[in-house]
Design a protein. Structure first.
Ligand SMILES: Nc1ncnc2c1ncn2[C@@H]1O[C@H](COP(=O)(O)OP(=O)(O)OP(=O)(O)O)[C@@H](O)[C@H]1O
Ligand SMILES: [Mg+2]
Length: 309
């Protein structure tokens, strides 16, 4: 649904995007992750036809961003990182204004606006002034706005930034709902953990280059986190447990972390059962055995570590 080949964007001397290649399939939720200034907004603005690339190609729904801007704007809903402020407008007026801008006939506008208000759970705020809404509600209104023309593709630039945990969860639910409706979604964030649960694929961009793309599982595998398990046993059995675990040939490292023992396997497979078996046979009382889950943000730091421009 989105195809990017050798996309480069220069702002004067600065190369904001360098030979970027990316494919996003129909119906996928793609998480675009990167630190400040990595080039996320630049990429998204090019896809939304608001910015011209210096070189390279980009297609949305088979349409060329350079030549078919008008067609692309019909299929894309782009939510910018900063929304404009519209004084003195009520929520429904604001949405009706955008419906009119998309040439939706006036007879249909009302029902379409009702529809997106329901989807984004904003019915209760229909007659509230736009500038009186809380940040979370404004973000939802931003989403309602990009849904007005029923776009196939949603390009959302940090839709969850500045939201409290509850509002983040609500946005996540809404995105799941939109995925069910068959939308293709590209969503940016610099917080990897924020996107972990909803994205089918992740792309990590740094200094205009894609440093990693793949599924969450592939990220974990690459980081080697799949090979570790955390074992907790009753304190009086800890020493014995460490001794026993050290005798297993597949285990390359056993380290005592005080509260738990970290066991690292050589073949990259989590083998909690191996651990359980040897400890049970050795009469060690186990409290828990669980796969190690490295924090996503640590994974992100590791993946981008040492990347120089
Ligand atoms: N209009 C512009 N003129 C000059 N440089 C720009 C312009 N827009 C962006 N840049 C530069 O291009 C690079 C990429 O910026 P971009 O906004 O795409 O990053 P981003 O990944 O969206 O960052 P953030 O997480 O802070 O939103 C940055 O170095 C930025 O300073
Ligand atoms: Mg940005």
């Amino acid at each position: 649904m989105i195809e990017i080949t050798n996309l480069t964007k220069c702002y004067g001397q600065l190369q904001a995007l360098v030979d970027l290649n990316l494919n996003i399939g129909q119906g996928d939720i793609f998480g675009f992750i990167g630190p400040n200034g990595a080039g996320k907004t630049t990429t998204m603005r090019i896809l939304a036809t608001l910015l011209k690339p210096t070189s390279g190609k980009a297609f949305v729904d088979g349409k060329n961003v350079l030549k078919q801007g008008k067609d692309i704007r019909r299929v894309v809903g782009y939510m910018p990182d900063f929304m404009g402020v519209y004084d003195d407008l009520k929520v429904f007026e604001y949405l009706e204004f955008f419906a009119a801008a998309f040439d939706i006939p006036s007879k249909q506008r009302k029902s379409i606006v009702e529809g997106v208000l329901e989807l984004t759970d904003l019915q209760g705020k229909k007659s509230a002034a736009v500038d009186s809404l809380s940040r979370g509600m404004q973000q939802r209104l931003g989403l309602a706005r990009v849904l007005i023309h029923d776009p196939k593709v949603l390009i959302l630039d940090e839709p969850a930034s500045g939201l409290d945990p509850r509002a983040r969860i609500e946005i996540r639910e809404l995105l799941r709902e939109l995925k069910k409706m068959g939308k293709t979604i590209m969503i940016s964030s610099h917080i990897l953990s924020e996107l972990e649960e909803i994205c089918d694929f992740i792309g990590i961009i740094e200094q205009g280059r894609l440093v990693f793309s793949g599924t969450m599982d592939e990220i974990w595998r690459k980081m080697g986190t799949h090979s570790k398990v955390h074992v907790t046993v009753v304190p009086e059995h800890r020493e014995k447990a460490i001794e026993l675990l050290n005798t297993v040939p597949e285990i390359v490292e056993v380290s005592d972390q005080g509260s738990h023992i970290v066991v690292d396997f050589s073949d990259g497979q989590v083998a909690g059962s191996v651990v359980a078996k040897i400890l049970v046979n050795g009469n060690v009382d186990i409290v828990s055995i669980e796969p190690a889950k490295m924090k996503l943000d640590d994974a992100f730091l590791q993946l981008t570590k040492g990347m120089v421009h």
